[in-house]
Write a protein that binds this ligand. Structure first.
Ligand code: DC
Length: 222
């Protein structure tokens, strides 16, 4: 099995780029952020707050998170309910950033991620794929872009799905999430030593996709 790890901050275009690259290669694209978001949604639905760690940890015993692939597209399930669309709200994004810093949440999702990679050729995107989840990945890419560039992309994405948000607020949220993700004690967002840094600022989607395909061909000879 082949594994390509793509890590990087929120909104660097990881999912859009990785999905296209995976299709091109015939790999399964795994968005691990969706798993953290699913746990976050379970928390959002509770009367307590995300920073009440003991309660979040207790809740893990009551939830089942599953990944399924329908027409090659990943769908996530929370206790059997398809929550793929619901996990995209800004509220869930913020909550995911908080709960993903809890070690028990990370270990709860760890095996699920490794199992998928053991059974399929995968492009897996997240924050700690190259450093923790798949340290032996065939290729590791650290994909980044400026915070402004990333906020603009999220803004356009949300707009496309009919959600109008305040750009400045979105930018602040992105910066806050960068800070949370990079400064947490466990599995912080960090470029693996053997990862290749790719900055997509100012690139079109097509440019980034061909850049990655080229890198992959060069490094793992597909
Ligand atoms: O990529 P995303 O925005 O959907 O990720 C949601 C949150 O989950 C984000 O705050 C970081 C966290 N995350 C993580 O800690 N580790 C991963 N492998 C993927 C996401």
């Amino acid at each position: 099995m082949k594994a390509i790890a793509i890590d990087g901050p929120a909104g660097a275009g990881k999912s859009t780029i990785a999905r296209k690259v995976a299709k091109e290669l015939g790999f399964i694209y795994v968005d691990t952020g969706a798993l953290y978001r699913t746990v976050a949604l379970a928390v959002v639905r509770q009367p307590f707050e995300a920073d009440e760690t003991a309660k979040v940890v207790d809740l893990l015993q009551e939830i089942k998170v599953e990944l399924k692939f329908v027409d090659e597209e990943q769908r996530v399930f929370l206790n059997g309910e398809d929550v793929t669309d619901e996990i995209r709200s800004p509220e869930v994004s913020m909550c995911a950033s908080v709960v993903s810093a809890i070690p028990q949440v990370r270990s709860f999702l760890f095996q699920l991620q490794q199992d998928i990679a053991a059974k399929n050729d995968v492009i897996m995107d997240g924050r700690d794929i190259g450093t923790v989840v798949l340290p032996n990945a065939d290729l590791k890419i650290f994909l980044t872009a400026t915070a402004e560039d990333r906020a603009k992309r999220r803004y356009d994405q949300l707009l496309e799905s009919g959600t109008v948000v305040d750009f400045q607020k979105l930018l602040e949220e992105i910066k806050q999430r960068d800070y949370n993700d990079s400064n947490r004690e466990i599995s912080p967002l960090k470029q693996a030593e053997d990862a290749i840094l790719v900055d997509t600022s100012g690139n079109t989607l097509e440019e980034s996709v061909s850049l990655l395909l080229e890198l992959i061909k060069r490094h793992i000879g597909l």
